[in-house]
Design a protein around this ligand. Sequence first.
Ligand SMILES: Nc1ncnc2c1ncn2[C@@H]1O[C@H](COP(=O)(O)OP(=O)(O)OP(=O)(O)O)[C@@H](O)[C@H]1O
Ligand SMILES: [Mg+2]
Length: 384
Amino acid sequence: MSANTFTTTGDESRQTAGAAPEAAGGEALRPHAEDSFAAELRALAAADDRPRPERWQLSPWAVATYLLGGTLADGTVITPKYVGPRRIVEVAVTTLATDRALLLLGVPGTAKTWVSEHLAAAVSGDSTLLVQGTAGTPEEAIRYGWNYARLLAHGPSREALVPSPVMRAMAQGMTARVEELTRIPADVQDTLITVLSEKTLPIPELGQEVQAVRGFNLIATANDRDRGVNELSSALRRRFNTVVLPLPATPDEEVDIVSRRVGQIGRSLDLPAGPEGLDEIRRVVTVFRELRAGLTTDGRTKLKSPSGTLSTAEAISVVTNGLALATHFGDGVLRSGDVAAGILGAVVRDPAADRVVWQEYLETVVRERDGWKDFYRACREVSA
Ligand SMILES: Nc1ncnc2c1ncn2[C@@H]1O[C@H](COP(=O)(O)OP(=O)(O)OP(=O)(O)O)[C@@H](O)[C@H]1O
Ligand SMILES: [Mg+2]
């Protein structure tokens, strides 16, 4: 009955986590971060001469460089994954090297999931040890379940046990991820308390336990627009360091994020992203920021805000959809008409109240603005 006798190989974990190994190459529709950016991770590991915490693939410095971007001594360019305050990334990475877990908190679309995936990829080389939190997440998703055929045939045994991603991460000293922690029912959330404070997961049926080995930690994300972090019990909250991811501070930063991501997504969908589209991206970002803030950029006109969140993530999908329209039904250049419908869809969530907000914005701001005539016309067409 010894503790910590439980091991699985990395290969097994990747297979059970979802993607078939052959799909991990160029063919997967959305490859995991560690596959998409394998070359960057290799270059960082080669250049990285700083101390690495046990079982980390990179030093904390190299993990932060992977997220924020930079140029290595040998000239390799590391693309920025996260655009935002450096300190936030440094605190997040440092937390993972301590005995406290990391909670990424923020409004929707502030890259919580994105950052969590890239952190796990850089720290452990594997971002797939993932539990998706929902109102129906059972305890087994965090602890372990049973293969009933084996359980009936052989009784309770290690062979019949199906480890959760968290259990596998503990046994292998890797990074586990829990998405949307605050959506998980409170009693199921509390399963994590023993995991995070005792660093062990008891298996009473076998009289055994799995002890976390060094290198294990956990990244959770939670949306503070949902039902709120207040729902985390204080016992659990104490086990986390909370890092709040902010909305992009300036319009330029947001335009930068949107154009970078649209470029990446566009490439994977074979959509040509030309620099001509930048004006439209700037316009989408301006509309989103003004409506979000309830104020025009020049600070002169107060606006009503619609019920939706109008996040950066939504701006990214409005522009990506626009680009697809331009490619398949236009001349390939992103224009006002290609983004107008997408913007309308993002703004008008509640057909009654939001439509009024949108019409008012259209007639008082868009109509009067220099160089926005085409956009105004395109919006009128789709709003009618
Ligand atoms: N500051 C940022 N830097 C880089 N990418 C960003 C940033 N903000 C948003 N994004 C992009 O927005 C997209 C959505 O992010 P993500 O899904 O991680 O958001 P989220 O915070 O998890 O949202 P939700 O609360 O809805 O789960 C990603 O493609 C990400 O690249
Ligand atoms: Mg998310």
